[in-house]
Design a binder for this molecule. Structure first.
Ligand SMILES: [Zn+2]
Ligand SMILES: [Zn+2]
Length: 368
C-alpha cells in the first residue's frame, strides 16, 4: 500500500474513535497493535494510556523519537455533548504511525527509534505523566508535529518551529475578618484587599523586550448578607510569557505581590500555582534539520519562517524535564478551517502524506 493511502486509512480509523484525555483506550489499543505488527517493541499503559514503540538497530547511536498526542475534545453540538478530534491529534498519530511503518522497513543504521504516543495533551499533563513514569528518559532527539489553522499556514506550507508560549494559572484565597456593615473598623474587608491585589498585579513589570502578561481572571467575594463586611475573596490569575526565564520571573514575583498587597489592608493571602506549561525551547541544529526536511518535501516556497503562537503545548515538558533532550516541532499547513478546537474543524487530508515525508526526511537527516 502506498503512503498516501495508508496514512489516510489510519487517519479515518482514528477519526472515527475520538476519546478525551486519559481515556484513549481504543486509540491506544489500535496504535499499539499496528506498531507491534510493524516490528516495534511495545510498552503500553505508560502514565495512563501512553505507548512507546522501540526499534533498536543494535549499533550505538542516538535515541530519536517521534511524538504524537492521542486525545480529542468534548464539544456540545446542538445541545448534545460529543467527542471530536477538533485539534487534529488523529492526524498527528496517523502521520507518526505511517512514518514509523516506513522506518521499520528501512531503519536508521545506528541508534534507536522511539515512537511516543502520549495521552491528554489538552489536559496539559499527559506528557508529564509519561515523563514521570521514566519510560522516555532515554530520548535524545524528539520531533513533534501539529496541524496549523489556515491563517498561519496553507496546504503545501510548513514551519520548522512553532513557538508556543508558557502559560500558568494561579489562585489566591484572601482572608479578612467579618464585621457588621455599620462597624467596618471592627473587620477587615476582603474586597478592599482583593482590589489592592488587582492593582499590585497590574503594577508588576518585567523587561518590556520580553513578551509576557499577567492579569486577574476571577474575583469572587461577598455572600448573601449585603450589610456585612465580607471576610473572604477568591481570586485567579492567568500568566503568559514567551520565554521560560520570563515565566520564572513572573512566578517568583506573584506570591509576594499578592501577599504584600493583602497585608497592606490587614488581610492574608493563600497563593497556589495551579499548574501550566513551559514555553518552547528548540535546538537550533534540529530546527535547521526540520527546515531542510520541509524544503526537500515542499520546496523552497513551502518553507515558512518560525511561527510564534500564544497557545500552550505540553510537548515542551519533554525538553524541560529530560536532561540533554533536543527537540524540534513542525507546524504543518493543511487549509484547516474554521479553526482548531472548533467542532466543525476540517482540513485537506492531502497534507498527511506530506507530513509523513517531512518526518521521514527529518529522522534521516538527524540520524546520519
Ligand atoms: Zn488543542
Ligand atoms: Zn493540539
Amino acid at each position: 500500500m502506498d503512503i498516501t493511502t495508508r496514512v489516510k486509512e489510519i487517519f479515518q480509523t482514528l477519526h472515527a474513535i475520538p476519546e478525551v484525555g486519559f481515556n484513549e483506550h481504543k486509540t491506544a489499543a489500535y496504535l499499539a497493535a499496528e506498531l507491534g505488527k510493524a516490528g516495534y517493541q511495545i510498552r503500553t499503559g505508560i502514565g495512563g494510556t501512553g505507548i512507546t514503540g522501540v526499534l533498536d538497530s543494535g549499533v550505538p547511536g542516538p535515541v530519536i523519537g517521534l511524538r504524537a498526542d492521542m486525545d480529542a475534545l468534548a464539544h456540545t453540538v446542538d445541545g448534545v455533548e460529543k467527542c471530536v478530534h477538533s485539534c487534529g491529534h488523529d492526524a498527528h498519530c496517523a502521520m507518526v504511525l505511517a512514518a514509523a511503518e516506513v522506518l521499520a522497513e528501512k531503519p536508521p543504521a545506528k541508534g534507536k527509534l522511539k515512537i511516543v504516543f502520549q495521552p491528554a495533551e489538552e489536559k496539559l499533563d499527559g506528557a508529564l505523566s509519561m515523563i514521570k513514569s521514566g519510560a522516555v528518559d532515554d530520548l535524545e532527539i524528539l520531533f513533534g508535529i501539529h496541524l496549523r489553522p489556515i491563517q498561519e499556514a496553507k496546504s503545501g506550507q510548513a514551519t520548522p518551529a512553532l513557538y508556543h508560549g508558557a502559560s500558568y494559572i494561579a489562585t489566591a484565597a484572601i482572608k479578612g475578618a467579618p464585621a457588621h456593615g455599620a462597624r467596618p473598623h471592627l473587620g477587615i474587608n476582603a474586597i478592599d484587599a482583593a482590589t489592592a491585589v488587582v492593582g499590585a498585579i497590574n503594577a508588576i513589570h518585567l523587561n518590556p523586550a520580553d513578551s509576557w502578561s499577567v492579569k486577574t481572571t476571577k474575583l469572587h467575594a461577598g455572600g448573601p448578607t449585603l450589610n456585612a463586611i465580607p471576610d473572604l475573596a477568591e481570586m485567579a490569575f492567568d500568566l503568559r510569557a514567551q520565554s521560560n526565564a520570563a515565566m520564572d520571573a513572573l512566578l517568583a514575583k506573584l506570591p509576594q505581590t499578592i501577599e504584600n498587597a493583602a497585608a497592606a489592608i490587614g488581610a492574608t493571602a493563600d497563593v497556589q500555582i495551579r499548574g501550566g506549561v513551559p514555553a518552547a525551547e528548540y535546538d537550533a541544529g534540529l530546527t535547521a534539520i526540520a527546515g531542510e526536511a520541509i524544503r526537500a518535501v515542499l520546496g523552497e516556497a513551502g518553507l515558512l519562517a518560525p511561527i510564534i503562537t500564544p497557545g500552550g503545548e505540553d510537548f515542551h515538558y519533554f525538553t524541560q524535564k529530560i536532561p540533554g533532550l533536543r527537540s524540534a516541532y513542525i507546524g504543518l499547513g493543511c487549509n484547516l478551517t474554521p479553526g482548531l478546537h472548533h467542532p466543525d474543524m476540517t482540513f485537506d487530508t492531502d497534507a498527511l502524506p506530506q507530513g509523513v515525508a517531512i518526518l521521514l526526511e527529518a529522522v534521516r537527516r538527524a540520524s546520519s
